[in-house]
Design a protein around this ligand. Sequence first.
Ligand code: UD1
Length: 363
Amino acid sequence: MLIDLVAAARPNFMKIAPLWKAFATESWAEPRIIHTGQHYDHAMSQVFFDELGMPAPHVNLGIGSGSHGQQTGRTLEVYEQQLVRDRPDLVIVVGDVNATAAASLAAAKLGVKIAHLEAGLRSFDRTMPEEINRKITDAICDYLWTPSEDADANLANEGIDHARVERVGNIMIDTLTMLMPSIMQEKVLETVGLGERQYALVTLHRPGNVDSADSLASLCGILLRCSDMVPLVFPLHPRTRAKLQDFGLLASLENSASVHLMPPLPYRAFMRLVAGSLAVITDSGGVQEETSFLGIPCLTLRQNTERPITITLGTNQLVEPCQLPQKLENALTSGRRATRIPLWDGKTAARIVKFVRERLLTL
Ligand code: UD1
């Protein structure tokens, strides 16, 4: 069974790594990584293939950066050609990036079976490009693999037949549990010059936070106030670095002794920083899950989340920028707490392989 695993951008690579490994050990399966090339810098792409033990992609579609229309359109066109040339039996798309929607559309039009891993998540905020991608993808995929009960409920509310839906759990936690011993060996804290639980970690890259000069300037001021309370470690996404530079804000962070700016980090070094932190300030989706799993307070600088279970059963809270200093102070006082979220157990890839073997192999 030829299985295309489609990956495009940094958060996708941690999701396909356990899938690739699990399918590669099955005699009946031939998994192939289709890299669309949305992320292409070494630090945003190749480094994850190296450390997550994945082979070079079967193909790289070379899509690169561009507007949403350009990225989505090019992926649709080029992946369609790939599908016609080298047709798989199943396409698996993950997450909610532009390629998730585009690759699904290409496969659906050619009648190739498609599964969406991380289906059913909804922020109910159509200003997020990812929300549009999620809805398009779930509307046209044959199999919807969800991480949690709320995702099943969202799909039911959209009138999607429950026969298409299978709750498989959270694939990111497979990668995290698999690599936890080697994550803890990482020496990144020494590089930063900070010890265990002596800092808060910051990640920001959402257009809603970083693309406008006003909102980014205000966030920088608030982060500088927070850094009076606790040192901040801040690995910069290329988009965020570029915007800080364009808006003349980079120097204010660089000149602060208690803000430690870093380049984009490999997976293990980044997770080592998460694991050693007092709290995490973020606008990422995956980081809300990883902190919840580890029991670390997570302050999400967004007005909504497509991952509400991280609030109800995890450690996440949505925070307005003006509330951040107070919320951070509270988080530093309250500290960590144990959490347990159903099916976030490191066995999601195994459940997916079982599903494909039992339900799809014979079709
Ligand atoms: C994309 C995803 C987002 C995900 C994020 C993780 C969509 C709609 N967005 O956003 O859901 O959370 O990835 O990073 O698919 N750039 C580089 N090097 C790279 C890649 C990008 O310098 O390897 C720069 C380019 O200037 C580019 C910008 O970053 O224009 C934004 O990249 P893009 O892929 O368009 O979106 P992300 O913000 O990364």
